[in-house]
Design a protein. Structure first.
Length: 415
């Protein structure tokens, strides 16, 4: 092996460093749903997706430990060999009831969920119409499918309408193909970086006009919206009209992994065709047991209390940030989710702001390209039910200080 084989990598890393795009891992020494310890210092955590604080809930942790005692640390094989354990089936039944569907299927990660599902449903000769701000896992999966991809402007129904009409015309030209070409529209119900919501009812009406399928990623909505936390689809009473519901177990549900919920035929097909499901060791039984315990909490009275506390914290945080900069989705006067983006524009300025937050006793991540657009680097502030009033006040004081220190625009500017 050449001693200098990785020299091109060193140069590429240096270039990223100069552009303010170098990513580094931050060892977290300990923590809970509200705080974390880095380099011996406790920081209030405004970067976690543990929206309801369930990752450390005693019932969730006990379920995981009980599963380890009963089943061991690992599943030992893929689901199609001998790794399809009782905790997986119990979780999938719970998920189907939770989402109001016939069936559900779990995957090792959210990324694997998308990467297995989309290529199983569409391929060469088919069409994927993707919201411009869709998560990277959805983009990666669409590319891997081999389908023809078109991107519509974010939440722009008119642009999507034009693309659906185009795809419908192209589909009509393929009358002799072995099967009719499919059109799959993909979006998120709550967008992970801006925190805004998709117009689901309008999207459903539009895709129905063209006989398209709709896939909605509820990663940042599951557990938070709807009367029982079922998500934005259930909240809008659209369960029967969204063909493919995707979600995660690693955010509000406090565990890890991803899932698809839908018809029994959909799930049976994914068992046959979703390669990330077929050729992966099954998730650990503790992961499944923890997620099931979290869903039981989310659907019950404690879930109602946690959601109420979360949305009160969101309102307080948005009000605290209102004078410091655009602390929620551009063009929105009220936060639409627990994600409050503070867009500062420049990569280095975002990194400097994140460093200043740590000086102030807060952890707030700087998010840069390619997670967001090239000129929309930001602090991505996430709120949890675990946050206390003193934490929100600390956030307010930091935001005002940072606005003055870094000459950041007030609300209404994009930085």
């Amino acid at each position: 092996m050449s001693a200098r084989w990785d020299e091109p990598l060193a140069k590429a890393l240096e270039q990223r460093q100069q552009l303010g795009l170098l990513r580094q891992l931050m060892p977290v020494e300990s923590g809970d749903s509200r705080t974390l310890v880095v380099e011996g210092r406790s920081l209030v955590n405004f970067g976690s997706n543990d929206y309801l604080g369930l990752a450390r809930h005693p019932a969730v942790c006990e379920a995981a430990m009980r599963a380890i005692r009963d089943w061991g640390a690992g599943s030992t094989a893929s689901r199609l060999i001998c790794g399809s354990l009782a905790p997986h089936h119990e979780l999938e039944q719970e998920l189907a009831e939770f989402k109001g569907t016939e069936a559900a299927l779990t995957f090792a990660t959210g990324h694997a969920t998308a990467l297995g599902t989309i290529p199983a449903l569409v391929g060469q000769g088919d069409f994927v119409l993707l919201d411009r701000l869709s998560h990277a896992c959805l983009v990666d999966a669409a590319r891997a499918s081999g389908a023809m991809i078109r991107v519509f402007r974010h939440n722009d129904l008119e642009d999507l309408h034009h693309l659906l009409a185009w795809a419908d015309r192209e589909r009509s030209k393929a009358a002799r193909s072995p099967r009719p070409p499919r059109i799959l529209v993909i979006t998120e119900s709550v967008f992970s970086m801006d925190g805004d919501r998709a117009p689901l009812r309008d999207l459903v009406e539009l895709k129905d006009r063209y006989g398209a399928w709709l896939m909605v990623d509820e990663a940042h909505a599951t557990g938070l919206f709807g009367t029982r936390g079922e998500g934005c689809i259930g909240e809008a009473d659209l369960t029967e009209r969204v063909e493919v519901q995707m979600g995660t177990l690693g955010k509000a549900l406090g565990s890890a992994g991803g899932f698809i919920a839908g018809t029994r035929r959909l799930v049976d097909w994914l068992v046959q065709q979703a390669r990330t499901f077929m050729f992966s060791t099954a998730p650990p039984p503790a992961q499944a047991a923890a997620a099931r315990a979290a869903i039981e909490l989310v659907r019950g009275p404690e879930g109602d209390q946690l959601r109420s506390r979360l949305w009160e914290n969101v309102r307080q945080a948005a009000a605290a940030l209102a004078g410091a900069g655009p602390a929620h989705a551009p063009g929105s006067h009220q936060p639409q989710s627990a994600i409050l983006p503070w867009i500062v524009g420049d990569n280095q300025r975002a990194l400097d702001c994140a460093a200043a937050a740590r000086e102030a006793g807060l952890f707030i991540p700087a998010v840069r390209y390619p997670a967001v657009g090239r000129k929309s680097a930001r602090l991505r502030i996430t709120i949890s039910a675990a946050h206390q009033p003193a934490d929100i006040e600390k956030l307010r004081a930091f935001a005002e200080s940072a606005r003055q220190r870094f000459n950041l625009a007030r609300e209404g500017s994009d930085g």
